[in-house]
Design a protein around this ligand. Structure first.
Ligand code: FES
Length: 115
């Protein structure tokens, strides 16, 4: 089973092949914000992929359009509700996409996905 590493939560979970990152998070009690319920109409489920972009389903036009509304957009940003997992992935949840107060996490620096 693919593994999803939520780096700034220090939490690694297993996902079903083809499961969205959002569903993998919710199945493992990770409170990833998803205001539109996973319908690609908000962008609150924004995550930044650090490793394994090639293991995700490709981004479609609807996701790209919605992503452009996300605060702190980076070249490796994805909407977690639209990104299906087919292999191991590592990511961070920007502070605006989580209710867990990650803005204070000194490890997380947006725009430096490899740092
Ligand atoms: S939950 Fe709204 S776009 Fe993903």
């Amino acid at each position: 089973m693919p593994k999803v590493n939520f780096k700034n939560l220090d939490k690694m979970v297993e996902a079903l092949e083809g499961q969205s990152i959002l569903d993998a998070a919710l199945d493992n009690d990770i409170a990833l914000t998803h205001d539109c319920g996973g319908n690609c109409t908000c962008s609150t489920c924004h995550v930044v992929i650090l490793e394994g972009m090639e293991n995700l389903s490709p981004k479609d036009e609807a996701e790209q359009d919605q992503l452009e509304m996300a605060e702190g957009l980076t070249p490796t940003s994805r909407l977690s509700c639209q990104s299906r997992v087919f292999g191991d992935v590592a990511l961070v949840i920007p502070s605006n996409g989580s209710s867990q107060g990650l803005a204070s996490d000194p490890v997380f620096k947006i725009g430096t996905p490899n740092g």
